[in-house]
Design a protein around this ligand. Structure first.
Ligand code: NAI
Ligand code: MG
Length: 370
């Protein structure tokens, strides 16, 4: 990762709330950011940009060119969710400018930490479920999604989409995975493990991906490298998810497995994510716009708040801001304290605390108070 020379505690962020609960969890998360700014002497200038399915219905554009450029110029992008099932392009696919952002800004590393938050009821009935802490690393610029907008239907007889795996992106993703596992290993005082998830027994593209992965693995002897078939991984993530560390995989596999992962730790409302490239970073919860609960103030903002923590850590590391890194840790700790103490219980886990109440509980616990 290139490190900009600027050493600073002032940042410009592009803010894209989007559709449905994206707007609600963004509001809650910006309140947490307000508190963090005051506590740590940080400054975040926010360039708020509209976009998404409803914006498309009004204007005919999902995200304006000016907004793309604002995202490109910003130090980081904070994103809610975009898309709405009833609003579609003529070919039947959904409005998803987040995919365009990933492709245009070359955000190849979809980082989706799956970590059990204390106090949140585990899906698996096993005492080890509290130790779940792995990262789905979803390649986000190629794979099956390279075919987006390019698939063909021939004579109403057959349809075809094509998967693309390149050496360049596989190398970058692999280095990213090993660096991440090395940092995680250091923090936990043990050797990190990267497990490539593929289907190399059947497809040439995955056999190629695996061979490139092991070339890169040889350059990272401090981390253990393994591989696992996607079908077996689906089984093992339900049987023994606490055994895994960093899991790079192709785009469509990562799309599916990250939802499975969220299901292990209380649901989509607890799952943060970051889309990282060599030059840009976009931070958003793993979930979508959730039309089934939108507009009722009951969405759980935790995934988005934890995505904010990922943004703070990434900015802090890139720009040499210790204040930012400390703020990231403080936000994560406050989330754990809010749920771990039993003080707050969001609707998605059977509680009565709405979006604002969860955010307030987190804000109250920043710095270990309350
Ligand atoms: P979704 O993630 O919006 O919802 C799946 C289920 O999880 C729903 O039952 C929802 O109520 C629940 N859920 C999600 N987030 C929650 C939260 N914070 N708190 C409590 N419950 C939560 O996925 P779905 O329904 O497949 O997609 C809805 C729309 O969002 C679609 O238009 C889709 O294209 C879009 N989408 C956008 C994404 C993005 O912007 N990155 C990612 C995924 C979907
Ligand atoms: Mg998804």
């Amino acid at each position: 990762m290139k490190s900009p020379s600027k050493k600073s505690n002032a940042f410009n962020i592009a803010v894209m709330p989007g559709d449905g609960i994206g707007i609600e969890v963004m509001d809650a998360t910006l309140a947490v950011l307000d508190a963090v700014e005051r506590r740590h002497g940080l400054g975040f200038h926010r360039d708020v940009r509209q976009g998404g399915a409803h914006y498309f219905r009004e204007t005919g554009t999902a995200l304006d060119e000016a907004s793309f450029q604002a995202a490109e110029k910003a130090d980081a992008i904070l994103f809610g969710a975009m898309g709405w099932p009833d609003i579609r392009y003529e070919d039947g696919t959904e409005i998803a400018p987040q995919l365009d952002l990933r492709f245009r800004l070359r955000l190849y590393a979809g980082v989706r930490p799956i970590r059990a938050v204390p106090g949140v009821p585990a899906t698996l009935n096993d005492p080890r479920a509290k130790d779940i802490d792995f990262v789905v690393l979803r390649e986000s610029t190629e794979g099956m999604f390279a075919s987006r907008g390019k698939g063909v239907i021939e004579d109403d007889r057959l349809a075809r989409d094509t998967m693309v795996i390149t050496r360049e992106v596989t190398e970058r993703l692999s280095h990213f995975a090993f660096d991440l596992a090395a940092r995680r290993g250091q923090r936990k005082g043990r050797k990190g493990t990267v497990t490539l998830v593929d289907k190399a027994n059947v497809f040439k593209s995955f056999a190629f991906m695996r061979s490139v992965f092991y070339e890169v693995a040889a350059l990272h002897p401090e981390v253990e490298a393994r591989h696992h078939y996607i079908d077996a991984m689906a089984l093992d993530l339900v049987r023994r998810p606490w055994d895994f560390d960093v899991l790079p995989m192709e785009n469509l596999f990562g799309d599916i497995i990250s939802d499975l992962g969220a299901g292990l730790i209380g649901g989509m409302g607890f799952a943060p994510s970051a889309d990282i490239g060599d030059e840009h970073g976009l931070f958003q919860p793993s979930h979508g716009s959730a039309p089934d609960i939108a507009g009722r103030g009951i969405a759980n903002p935790t995934g988005m708040i934890l995505s904010l923590a990922m943004m703070l850590e990434w900015l802090g590391t890139r720009h040499g801001s210790d204040a930012c890194i400390a703020a990231a840790e403080e936000v994560r700790t406050a989330v754990d304290a809010a749920f771990g103490s039993g003080a707050v219980r969001s609707f998605d886990i059977g509680g009565q605390d709405g979006t604002g109440a969860v955010a307030r509980a987190v804000i109250d616990r920043l710095g270990g108070s309350a």
